[in-house]
Design a protein around this ligand. Structure first.
Ligand code: NAD
Length: 284
């Protein structure tokens, strides 16, 4: 059984990005610039935004973090985004989710120019993924595909089961697995006899947001298990995944830990998307 080391895989991807970015000042006269907006003080968002800034620093990417007050009106945020859309010195724009209840996430996502949408959430980027036309891909699903590749797992011909059908993780990772020629099944809260379905999986991706919901009885011997969950263990309060790691790991051929699995890859893919936005603008 292999524990897929997301931290190490992410570190080497970031090194590759840094080496590429180091060539940009001479070629293009500047480095890529990612602007991250945080609205309010949600503790998880504070940490995520800080980690994004740190990753930019490691990759030589310029980062601006804009912090707006919790009570910022929706229109003020949309106007800020429009200004950044028009700013030639900004390559990528990311608004950290979740947003306060009075701000429409859909409106925010639609307002970010699709060419600067490093999260890959804009409807036209989503359409590009489903229609196989050029697009910016969402970071967590891309990260999962990179983890599988790094672990030497080719989805072709395999049975992949995805628990979760969110726009951010479940649906796009299912589509990416399909495009990599897996046979894909989506599970969700209305799935009857979940364990019966998950036991069929050669590749099981769990993105439900339910601490330790996947036990050993739900996993086939030798399966590859990707745990996307970022939950709190109700007993210890510690960060844990959707998979009961201790119980499940011995049955698998490869598994991602939480923390240190999918999370670090999400940020590495954000760095790659920022470079992609920069290069598309300079090569157009
Ligand atoms: P979400 O709440 O939008 O979607 C959860 C999905 O899981 C839903 O489709 C729901 O039908 C399904 N689900 C929930 N409980 C279920 C159950 N008991 N049985 C079957 N299906 C069930 O969540 P999301 O945004 O997709 O995130 C999922 C998890 O992944 C969360 O823990 C989140 O924190 C984590 N996450 C991690 C990263 C990362 O970078 N590591 C990024 C995004 C999300």
């Amino acid at each position: 059984m292999t524990i897929i080391d997301g931290k190490q895989i992410s570190a080497s991807l970031k090194e590759e990005v840094a080496a590429q970015v180091a060539t940009f000042p001479e070629k293009y006269g500047r480095v890529p610039h990612l602007t991250v907006i945080r609205v309010g003080e949600d503790p998880a968002s504070v940490v995520y935004v800080r980690n994004k800034a740190k990753a930019c620093e490691a990759c030589g990417i310029r980062n601006t973090t804009i912090v707006l007050d919790e009570s910022t009106p929706e229109e003020t945020l949309l106007e800020k985004i429009r200004t950044l859309n028009a700013d030639d010195g900004v390559d990528g724009i990311l608004v950290q989710l979740p947003l306060p209840a009075h701000i429409s996430e859909a409106k925010v996502i639609e307002t970010i120019a699709k060419e600067k949408d490093v999260d890959g959430f804009h409807p036209l980027n989503v359409a590009g993924l489903w229609q196989k036309t050029p697009h910016l891909a969402p970071c967590t699903p891309s990260g999962i595909m990179k983890l599988l590749a790094a672990a030497g797992v080719d989805p072709k011909g395999k049975r992949a089961v995805v628990i979760g059908r969110s726009n951010i993780v479940g649906l796009p990772v299912g589509k990416m697995l399909l495009d990599a020629n897996a046979t894909v099944t989506f599970c969700h809260t209305r799935t009857i006899n979940l364990a019966e379905v998950t036991r069929e999986a050669d590749i099981l991706v769990v993105a439900a947001g339910r601490a330790k919901m996947v036990g050993a009885d739900m996993v086939k011997d030798g399966a590859v298990v990707i745990d996307v969950g970022m939950d709190r263990d109700p007993q210890t309060g510690k960060l844990c995944g959707d998979v009961d790691f201790e119980a499940v790991a011995p049955k698998t051929s490869a598994i991602t830990p939480v923390p240190g699995g999918v999370g670090p890859l999400t940020i590495a893919c954000l760095m790659e998307n920022t470079v992609e936005c920069f290069l598309r603008r300079h090569n157009n």
